[in-house]
Design a protein around this ligand. Structure first.
Ligand code: ARG
Length: 462
C-alpha cells in the first residue's frame, strides 16, 4: 500500500484516487449527520462481538469507550473530518484507530459498510418519524385552539373558491386537524415497518462469524433483525415511505398555507397574521406579506422532489448494494429539515393569527350562501321535488342579483312572485347562523357538532 492509497482498503491499490474521483465519491459533507447513529450502531456491534466470543471483552471495552470519545469530539466540533476518508463510517473508524490503536481494527469484523449505512440511515429516519410526529401534534394543538375560540363563528364555505354554504371557523380548523392525524398515522405506520435491523447482513450475504443479530437489534431499539441479508442492505423503501408521508403532509401544509395567504389579503381580511409571522415591503409601506405561509406552500417542491429523486435513484438497481444508494441521504435530510421547519412555522403562525369574526360573518352572509337552505326549505315545507326547488331557488337568486341585494333582503312578495306557496317563515332559514346550526349531521358544520369534535380531539391529543 502506498501512502496515498486508502488506509481502509488500500491493500490492493498502488495509488490514491483522482481528485475528482474523491469529490464524486465522498459523502462526508452530509452523512456526518449520521454520526450519533453510526456510533450507536458500532457500540452495539462491538458489544455483540464480545458477547459472542468473536473479539475480546477488553477490545470491546476499548472500542466502546473510544467511540464515546469520538462522539464527543464530533459534538464539540473538534473532529477532524476528512474527505479522503469518504464517509462518516470511515471517518469514525479511522479516528477510533488514532485514539485506541489496534483494537479499532477489530470493530469491522462480521460487518460491512453496507449494513452499517443501512442501520445508520434507518435509525436516523426512525428518529425523524418521532420528531415529525411531535411537530404534527403541536400543530394540531394550535389548530384546536383556533377551533375552540371560534367554534360557532360563521364563515363562507367554498367550492371552486366560490361561496358555497356557510360553515363555522371551528369546522374549517378541525378539517386540518383530521388531515394531520392521518399524516401522523402514515408516519407511525412507516416507522413500524422500518423498525427492523439490517445489522449483521454484512456486505450482502450474511457472515460466517457466529453473530447474534437479535442482540444488536434489541440494543438499537429494533423489533428484530431483517430476515434477508440481500434485502437488508439494498432497500431504501423505509426512506421512501418517510418521503412519501412527508410529501402528503407537506401537501396538506401547502393547502393551509394557501388559505392563509388568501385569507390575510386585503380582499378577504378573514385573518390577521401576527407581526411575528409577517414581513413588510421595502417600497410599499402598506404591505404585510405572509412570507412564512408562502414559503411553507413552496416547501412541498423540495420534499416531493426528494421523493421523486430517490424513487428514480432506486428504480432498476440490481440487488444488492450499489453506490447509487449513497444518493439516498442528502435529499432525505433536506426534505426532513424542510418539513420540520414548515411544521414549526405553521404551528406558530396558526397559534398567533387572529380571525376576524365580523369579516368572516359578513362574507358568509353574501354571495347567496344560504341558497341551498332555501331549496331545502322548499322541499321540506312545500313538498317540492329537489330539482324543482333548485330551479325556484335559482330564479330567486337571479331576482336578488337583479335587485342588487342578497336573499334575505327580498320581500315576501318578491318570493311569492316566483312561487306562490312561499311563507314568511322561510326567512328563518336564510340567516347564516340558522343555516350552520341546522347542519347537525355527524361531522357537519353545526356548532354543536364542532364542539363535540373538539371534545373528542382534546381527549385524543392529550
Ligand atoms: N457512504 C456509503 C453510502 O452512503 C456507505 C456504504 C459504502 N459501501 C460500499 N460498498 N462502498 O452508501
Amino acid at each position: 500500500m502506498t501512502d496515498n492509497a486508502n488506509s481502509m482498503w488500500g491493500g490492493r491499490f498502488a495509488a490514491g484516487p483522482d481528485a475528482i474521483m474523491e469529490a464524486i465519491n465522498a459523502s462526508i459533507g452530509y452523512d456526518r449527520r449520521l454520526a450519533p447513529q453510526d456510533i450507536a450502531g458500532s457500540r452495539a456491534h462491538a458489544a455483540m462481538l464480545a458477547a459472542c466470543g468473536i473479539i475480546s471483552d477488553t477490545d470491546a471495552a476499548a472500542i466502546r469507550e473510544g467511540l464515546l470519545t469520538v462522539l464527543s469530539e464530533i459534538e464539540t466540533g473538534d473532529f477532524p473530518f476528512s474527505t479522503a476518508l469518504e464517509d462518516i463510517h470511515m471517518n469514525v473508524e479511522s479516528r477510533l484507530r488514532a485514539l485506541i490503536g489496534e483494537p479499532a481494527g477489530r470493530l469491522h469484523t462480521a460487518r460491512s459498510r453496507n449494513d452499517q449505512v443501512a442501520v445508520d440511515f434507518r435509525l436516523w429516519v426512525r428518529d425523524q418519524c418521532d420528531q415529525v410526529d411531535a411537530a404534527l401534534a403541536a400543530l394540531q394543538q394550535s389548530l384546536l385552539g383556533q377551533a375552540e375560540a371560534g367554534a360557532d363563528w360563521v364563515m363562507p364555505g367554498f367550492t371552486h373558491l366560490q361561496t358555497a354554504q356557510p360553515v363555522t371557523w371551528g369546522h374549517h380548523m378541525l378539517a386540518y386537524v383530521e388531515m394531520l392525524a392521518r399524516d401522523r398515522s402514515r408516519f407511525a405506520d412507516a416507522r413500524k415497518r422500518m423498525n427492523q435491523s439490517p445489522l449483521g447482513a454484512a456486505a450482502l450475504a450474511g457472515t460466517s462469524f457466529p453473530i447474534d443479530r437479535d442482540m444488536t437489534a434489541r440494543a438499537l431499539g429494533f423489533d428484530g433483525p431483517m430476515g434477508n441479508s440481500l434485502d437488508a442492505v439494498s432497500d431504501r423503501d423505509f426512506a421512501l415511505e418517510f418521503l412519501a408521508a412527508s410529501s402528503i403532509c407537506a401537501m396538506h401544509l401547502s393547502r393551509l398555507a394557501e388559505e392563509l395567504v388568501i385569507w390575510s389579503s386585503a380582499q378577504f381580511r378573514f385573518v390577521k397574521m401576527s407581526d411575528k409571522w409577517s414581513t413588510g415591503s421595502s417600497i410599499m409601506p402598506q404591505k404585510r406579506n405572509p412570507d412564512a405561509a408562502e414559503l411553507i406552500r413552496a416547501k412541498i417542491g423540495r420534499i416531493f422532489g426528494a421523493n421523486v429523486a430517490l424513487m428514480t435513484v432506486m428504480k432498476g438497481l440490481p440487488l444488492a448494494y450499489s453506490k447509487d444508494m449513497q444518493e439516498d441521504k442528502e435529499q432525505t435530510f433536506d426534505a426532513a429539515d424542510s418539513l420540520m421547519l414548515a411544521l414549526a412555522a405553521m404551528s406558530g403562525m396558526v397559534a398567533d393569527m387572529t380571525a376576524n369574526r365580523d369579516n368572516l360573518k359578513a362574507a358568509a352572509s353574501s354571495g347567496f350562501s344560504t341558497a341551498t337552505d332555501l331549496a331545502d326549505w322548499l322541499v321540506r315545507e312545500l313538498g317540492l321535488p329537489f330539482r324543482e326547488a333548485h330551479h325556484v331557488t335559482g330564479s330567486l337568486v337571479a331576482l336578488a342579483e337583479n335587485k342588487g341585494c342578497d336573499l334575505p333582503d327580498l320581500t315576501l312578495a318578491d318570493m311569492q312572485g316566483v312561487h306562490e306557496g312561499i311563507r314568511a317563515d322561510v326567512f328563518d332559514v336564510l340567516g347564516v347562523e340558522n343555516s350552520v346550526a341546522s347542519r347537525m349531521s355527524y361531522g357537519g358544520t353545526a356548532p354543536a357538532q364542532v364542539r363535540a369534535q373538539i371534545t373528542r380531539w382534546k381527549e385524543v391529543l392529550t
